[in-house]
Design a protein around this ligand. Structure first.
Ligand code: DGT
Ligand code: CA
Ligand code: CA
Ligand code: ZN
Length: 577
């Protein structure tokens, strides 16, 4: 099978995503929906579609949840020819910049289709112009309100820049690391920068390498596939852009400077500045080559020895944001952060009872493989019609089904019954309390009316928190990174009330949500709030996103005691209201 193209999952997804929109424009809606579902699963794959195909052919592709015959065949065609005939045909006929239009909040496939059909809008600039000239509000099904929303979306799109989501770009970064690790000239390698600090998005990748033959390393690095552009090339460093737009900086240092260089390039810049001030106070000089007294080299080989010479405990990268970690390290009072293997449960899991790709049992099996001891099944509820949300009767039916599965998987995992109930604009819930009472775990969340004013929006959340059946607020601020801004709420009031009522706040681990975000976690923690870290899995492949939630919790200074699903089931059940 040597005639297979070397094409990444990312590129395949891009073709399929655009094809789905062409179907929408052509009114072939069922095909468009099937692709969307498949994409959700392909984006979460650890393996390359190419490798799956080489190993198991089209049957291997069909094993991916949500991927049926039709989509598997299309992937096969892309792998064999680099593209799809059907897609290329549409692209000629409908020359629109889908890639950027789709990034704007409130602009989905349906909108793109309608705007093309009626106004021949091809790109973001034309969309902005049309909205400003009030051409959109005159269209059927688009009012003044949607026009304003589009303009706001464009504004946010332009201001947010295009940083890469950690959870989606990590496989690409680790592939580069693996490629470099294969070189015998490289003794040590570490990814530094915001990637190492586990920030939710990263601007560029900073790779640090120890080698005695830096020139050879640079030469081999530049032979890597998918390089689009070389910005700079020196003896011990170089900078490139990859074809997917990601910038990568490589630096090669001597062994004795590795720790100091790693500290410097891990940052953050603000953390580095504080460190340097401490060094100066102690009569030292600190830079990426080491710690010096006058010209004499004092330390530099490891981070631990440099921090120690500065009178500090070693600081985990997630904390290096100049938010008080240096003072805490001086006093030996750094938090003992929750570990990456500390989670025992996952409390937001969707199934094919609503918009998930897998059955309850498939999700249960996948959770067992992740070594989880308990999960809650939390399908959407009825007012979220587009997901096929459950009504009271269906919830009761699901409780019965879970009872049976609990029998079957006894001793392996505990399945909690639950729901993700929708918080209506007035703060009431779309499921009756007598049904909620029967569930083990109820999360409530906002899925619409994002633009209520601060007062109304805060009251809405308060009312949900005050409901004795609501155990947790899911993705409180409803942001979607690079796409939708947060709702306007009085966080301080909400954090205090959540702590008082023992309402858990979710740290949603899905890579484009990470809601609530790191700085809010720290604030909420100070107010005594307890959290759960959830994958928000809509497929059995999404449990692996839990680690990004753990990263955010660590960035928010959380210990095991702050995260309720890091506790044994008994303790968790006893705590929740
Ligand atoms: P990013 O790439 O925007 O997500 O964020 P970082 O933190 O990876 O920043 P980047 O790539 O510009 O630089 C990597 C690290 O190098 C940064 O975290 C700290 C260090 N660094 C860069 N520029 C400066 C500087 O002007 N002063 C100091 N003290 N450190 C710097
Ligand atoms: Ca960086
Ligand atoms: Ca950089
Ligand atoms: Zn959902």
């Amino acid at each position: 099978m040597k005639d297979i193209k070397d094409i990444s999952n990312e590129e395949i997804c891009k073709i399929l995503r655009e094809l789905s929109i062409f179907y929408e424009i052509k009114d072939i809606e069922f095909k468009s929906r099937a692709i969307d579902k498949a994409l959700h699963n392909i984006e979460a794959l650890d393996k390359n579609l190419k490798d799956i195909y080489l190993e198991k052919g089209i049957d291997g592709l069909k094993e991916i949840p949500g991927v049926g015959e039709g989509i598997a065949e299309r992937i096969e065609e892309i792998l064999k020819t680099g593209t799809l005939l059907e897609y290329e045909k549409y692209k000629k006929e409908i020359p629109i910049d889908i890639e950027n239009l789709i990034k704007i909040e409130g602009v989905g496939p349906k909108t793109i289709a309608a705007l093309w059909q009626r106004l021949k809008i091809k790109n973001v600039d034309e969309l902005e112009k049309a909205a400003k000239e009030h051409k959109i509000c005159k269209l059927e099904r688009f009012g003044e309100k949607s026009e304003q929303k589009i303009l706001k979306g464009i504004e946010f799109y332009k201001s947010s820049g295009q940083r890469f989501l950690l959870g989606f770009i990590e496989p690409t970064v680790l592939e580069i690391k693996e490629y470099l690790q294969g070189f015998k000239e490289i003794k040590k390698i570490e990814i530094a920068g915001s990637f190492r600090r586990r920030k939710e998005t990263i601007g560029d990748v900073d790779i640090l390498v120890v080698s005695n033959e830096p020139e050879k390393v640079v030469e081999k690095f530049l032979k890597m596939k998918n390089i689009a552009y070389i910005y700079a090339k020196g003896d011990t460093k170089c900078s490139i852009k990859l074809e997917n737009g990601l910038d990568v900086d490589l630096r090669i240092v001597e062994e004795k400077s590795f720790g100091a260089a790693l500290m410097y390039f891990t940052g953050s810049k603000e953390h580095n500045i504080e460190l340097r001030q401490i060094a100066i106070k102690k009569g030292y000089k600190l830079n990426e080559y080491g710690l010096f007294k006058d010209e004499k080299f004092i330390a530099g080989k490891t981070e631990e020895e440099v921090y120690a010479k500065l009178g500090l405990e070693w600081i985990p990268p997630e904390l290096r944001e100049a938010k008080g970690e240096i003072v805490a390290a001086q006093k030996g009072e750094l938090p003992k952060l929750i570990d990456y293997d500390d989670l025992k449960g996952d409390l937001q899991v969707q199934t094919n009872w609503t918009d998930g790709s897998n059955s309850i049992e498939e999700m249960v099996k996948a959770a067992i493989e992740m070594n989880l001891e308990y999960i809650a099944i939390t399908d959407h509820t009825k007012s979220l019609a587009m997901t096929g949300g459950l009504d009271e009767k269906e919830i009761l039916k699901q409780i019965e089904e879970i009872k049976k599965l609990n029998e079957k998987y006894k001793g392996k995992i505990k399945i909690l019954t639950g729901a993700e109930v929708n918080i209506l604009p007035d703060g009431s819930l779309d499921i009756k309390d007598e049904i909620l009472e029967k569930l083990d775990f109820v999360g409530a969340s906002v899925h619409s009316h994002f633009n209520l004013d601060r007062n109304k929006q805060t009251k809405r959340i308060i009312k949900a928190i005050e409901n004795p059946n609501v155990d947790c607020i899911f993705h409180l601020t409803t942001r979607v990174i690079n796409r939708r801004k947060e709702i306007d709420i009085d966080l301080d009031t909400i954090f205090k009330l959540a702590a008082k009522t023992k309402t858990l706040l979710e740290i949603n681990a899905y890579p484009d949500r990470l809601d609530i975000k790191d700085v809010y976690i720290l604030e909420a923690k100070k107010n005594g709030v307890k959290f759960v870290i959830d994958s928000d899995a809509h497929s059995k492949m999404h449990f692996k996103f839990l680690k990004y939630g753990i990263s955010q919790a660590r960035r928010g200074w959380c210990e095991k005691g702050d995260i309720a699903n890091a506790w044994p089931l008994e303790k968790f059940l006893k705590f929740k209201k």
